[in-house]
Ligand binder design. Structure first.
Ligand SMILES: Cc1cc2nc3c(=O)[nH]c(=O)nc-3n(C[C@H](O)[C@H](O)[C@H](O)COP(=O)(O)O)c2cc1C
Length: 393
């Protein structure tokens, strides 16, 4: 496998050929013209790291401490809704692999597996991502928080960058709809993907499992997705975040931060950490690359909160770039789903193997032996945003 699929890009190409077109489009696509998604990649590859040599790097540790727990690597699985579309059972496979490898796994609110199920599969590494359900004074939101707490989620991760509904032209073109319906166009795509179809038959329905208790009547694939679509909306407001912070006694990490002043306000509100993110370019196409905002956010709050990042990370080298620029960890979304789409269940393990292997190699190349040392690597990042300087021009 290493020889046939040595990179995330090779897995992406294989997944594209193996899963129905609508499923690949849903995972791979971005908002509008997909410029933000492209910007993430360009920005990451433009960060240069200056290596130091003549250092004994035989013993490298990739361990990192996050919120009082030691994980095996400074990367993790980002939350992804409807992961089962690219490979039925995606959430279970990824959670099991994250638990086996001791890296964080963030379950998304609209995932195809429930909080309670994932807590059983990944009890030590399970974080829960939270969307906003404003109706009835946030009854569903608070019930999800209670369920995550009861199930033992280590970290609560409210996402704030989903203020509006996104427009993804590829989804529109390929017939991705909520609730999902198999019309003639989709039927043809499914018929051309026998391995995927078999996996779906083995797995059964792809419901938005966390929403099952909140549907009125029968909880079908359509009704759970529809309830999610109808009830979830907007960005958690400052007041709502304060209420959530009050209720949640364990680590509290806000995802989708781009502005350093929002980062500062979150610290005042009492968050433990944040994930600098533009949602992988899936929501707002005009957003800067998250890596381009990282230095300003680290300068603003890095001493007071754990700053992490995602969006566009595709290699161990990308993770080292983020560490050098002050992040404590980087999350990856699509790479894990490409792995599953390309290889089925074994894809989760393959992507983990690749990331651990690359991370160790890159540590050796730049001459560091730990995540703490990686934070000292000299990095040149000419595209980084500097809001102060921009104000004065
Ligand atoms: C298929 C898919 C579904 C996603 N669903 C969610 C979600 O439900 N909640 C959320 O906070 N982020 C969601 N995201 C965004 C990811 O958490 C993450 O920010 C993004 O994928 C990172 O970029 P990358 O895919 O380039 O690694 C989703 C991403 C993908 C690819």
């Amino acid at each position: 496998m290493r020889r046939r699929y040595p990179t995330v890009e090779s897995l992406r190409a294989r997944a594209r050929a193996r899963v129905p077109r609508f499923a690949f489009a849903f995972v791979d696509g971005g908002a509008n013209d997909e410029e933000c998604a492209a910007r993430n990649a360009t920005a990451l590859s433009s960060v240069e790291l200056l290596p130091r040599y003549c250092i004994d790097t035989k013993d490298v540790s990739t361990e990192v401490e996050l919120f009082g727990r030691t994980y095996a690597a400074p990367f993790g699985v980002a939350p992804m809704g409807s992961g089962g579309l690219i490979w039925p059972g995606a959430e279970e496979y990824l959670a099991a692999e994250a638990q086996a490898r001791n890296v964080p796994y963030i379950l998304a609110t609209p995932a195809n597996a429930s909080i309670e199920r994932i807590a059983k599969i990944a009890p030590d590494v399970f974080w829960f991502q939270l969307y906003r359900f404003p109706k009835d004074d946030h009854a569903i939101t608070f019930d999800l928080v209670k369920r995550a707490g009861d199930a033992g989620a280590q970290v609560l991760v409210p996402t704030i960058d989903s203020a509006g509904k996104s427009k993804r032209p590829r989804d529109i073109r390929h017939g991705v709809k909520v609730p999902f319906k198999i019309g003639p166009k989709i039927f043809l795509q499914v018929a051309r993907s026998p391995a995927w179809t078999l996996a779906l038959r083995r797995h059964g329905l792809l419901r938005t499992e966390n929403i099952v208790p909140y549907t009125e009547g029968r909880a079908t694939t359509g009704s759970t997705a529809q309830t999610m679509q109808a009830r979830a909306s907007g960005s958690h407001t400052w007041d709502e975040l304060a209420r959530l912070r009050d209720r949640w006694k364990r680590a509290f990490v806000v995802k989708g931060v781009l502005h350093p002043e929002d980062a500062a306000r979150l610290v005042k509100l009492g968050v433990d950490g944040m994930i600098v993110s533009n949602h992988g370019g899936r929501h707002f196409d005009g957003a800067p690359a998250s890596i381009d905002m990282l230095p300003a956010i680290v300068a603003e709050v890095g001493a007071r909160a754990t700053v992490m990042i995602d969006s566009g990370f595709r290699s161990g080298l990308d993770v080292v770039r983020a560490l050098a620029l002050g992040a404590k960890a980087a999350f990856m979304g699509r790479p894990f789903l490409y792995g599953l789409g390309a290889l089925g269940e074994g894809g989760a393990r393959h992507v983990m193997d690749m990331m651990f292997d690359e991370l160790r190699r890159e540590f050796q190349h730049v001459g560091v032996r730990s995540v703490a040392e990686a934070a000292t690597i000299p990095a040149r990042h000419l595209r980084a945003w500097d809001l102060e300087a921009q104000k004065n021009t």
